[in-house]
Design a protein around this ligand. Structure first.
Ligand SMILES: [Zn+2]
Length: 434
């Protein structure tokens, strides 16, 4: 397969997979265990078989395509990403990592035959948390960290229980193998950046050093609803005014600390939300991310303290609820060096960077040496039908992946022993993804 063929095939495959769950608006919606999800997995299975791979599912619906080594006990190099999308998402998020893996395995098989270690591509069943209030369902089942107790209690917006949806799609019935994997030597995920840095700097490859830590809160500010005409300013307990001051104070300190810290208030709700009544209650969300755990902790502690101080000054009550507390996750250092070397060798400019978004790689990394590689996203747009990456950039990613899989799978490239770190499942708190 020549580079021009790879480019053309990559682009065709992105458009092909996007027909499963295609929206009238031009986006893609493939929610876990829905019919478009099932059709996409079945079509991928077919494509994997046509590419000469052995295919199988596990009990939760992760789909694998396998290139078996002459010594099947040799362990497995795994690559891939997630097949599910957000509502009206783009064609590349998740899909690119699966298709790149599929193309790379096909290329390696055609060119070099059976590998020294098993190499597999995985189409992970779920990452986004878009149908059920649960994220990383595919990868947490592989690592044995899935919150299995929780799934009996959750349902989608149409009140369909999780277990029912899973069984309806043919999984969770005991037909397939246990999802837990003990044979994985390394996990490699290719993904679009979903940010604008690589495109702005005209760099085709991003090598992720760590995935940022995230904390999410809901902050409820309680004052007193009262008449907008008869209550003098000094007597008011205006919940919105207090909340506004809290938000501004947090944003100003985020500006002071600067990149890579990001702080977002994405949702505000007010009660009674009436034009001639002083707001009695205001509730806002807070999402804070940073690649260093200590910086994140210190910033959040200070932000929350400032909310309490403002509330005290204004005679308001404040309730802070933490929903998510995901620690930053480091990618494997020796794989980072290897990918840097490959980029130099292939004359591809690269950038070492953190990932501001969550990825399956963060679930795998505490268990298996993991590499996360980015390609540029046009204008940084993602989770949107306008998501776009040029075929040249996609193919640069595939070329790096091919070489990395070759070194690890055919040459027996050295792989680190994982240092087990304290694993914190982001789903331990009621979380949502993105
Ligand atoms: Zn993704």
């Amino acid at each position: 397969m020549k580079i021009a063929d790879l480019q053309q095939r990559m682009e065709e495959m992105v458009h092909w997979l996007a027909t499963y769950g295609a929206d009238p608006e031009g986006g893609v919606t493939r929610l876990l265990y829905t019919s478009s999800w099932t059709e996409a997995q079945q079509a991928l299975e077919q494509k994997m078989r046509e590419s000469g791979l052995e295919t199988y599912y596990d009990e939760v619906g992760n789909l694998y395509g396998r290139l078996t080594s002459a010594n099947p006990e040799a362990g497995t190099i795994l690559t891939g990403s997630h097949v599910d999308t957000v509502k009206c998402g783009g064609k590349y998020d998740g899909a690119f990592g699966i298709l790149a893996g599929l193309l790379a395995l096909r290329y390696l098989k055609e060119t070099y035959g059976p590998p020294m270690r098993n190499i597999e591509v995985v189409s992970l069943c779920e990452e986004e948390g878009s149908r059920f209030p649960l994220t990383f369902w595919g990868s947490t089942n592989i690592t044995g960290t899935a919150p299995v107790n929780k799934i009996t209690q959750i349902q989608d917006a149409g009140e369909i229980p999780f277990m029912e949806a899973m069984k309806e799609a043919g999984f969770g019935l005991g037909y397939y193998r246990n999802p837990r994997r003990e044979d994985i030597l390394s996990f490699i995920e290719l993904h679009i950046e979903q940010g604008a840095i690589l495109e702005r700097e005209k760099i085709p490859i991003g090598i992720v050093e760590q995935i940022v830590g995230q904390k999410r809160y809901t902050i409820e500010c309680i004052g007193e609803a009262n008449h907008a005409g008869t209550t003098p300013m000094v007597w008011r307990k205006d919940a919105l005014r207090g909340s506004s001051q809290m938000i501004l104070s947090i944003m100003e300190s985020a500006d002071r600390i600067g990149a890579p810290l990001v702080a977002t208030v994405g949702k505000i709700e007010m009660e009674p939300n009436v034009s001639n009544v002083i707001p009695g209650k205001a509730t806002f969300t807070l999402d804070i991310r940073h690649p260093q755990g200590d910086v994140l902790d210190a910033f959040c502690a200070e932000a929350i303290e400032s909310c309490y101080a403002i509330a005290r000054n204004r005679g308001l009550q404040v309730k802070v609820e933490k929903h998510m507390d995901a620690r930053p996750v480091e990618m494997d250092e020796s794989l980072i060096s290897r990918v840097k070397e490959i980029c130099r060798h292939q004359d591809l400019p690269y950038k070492l960077m953190p990932s501001g978004a969550g990825h399956d790689a963060q679930i795998m990394a505490p268990h298996h040496p993991t590499s996360l590689i980015f390609v540029p996203s046009h204008r940084g747009i993602s989770h949107n039908p306008a998501e776009y990456t040029s075929k040249e950039d996609l193919t640069a990613g595939v070329q790096v992946l091919i070489e990395l899989l070759y070194q690890l799978g055919y040459e027996g490239g050295e792989i680190n022993e994982i240092q087990r770190t304290q694993y914190v499942n982001p789903n331990d708190h009621d979380s949502w993804s993105g």
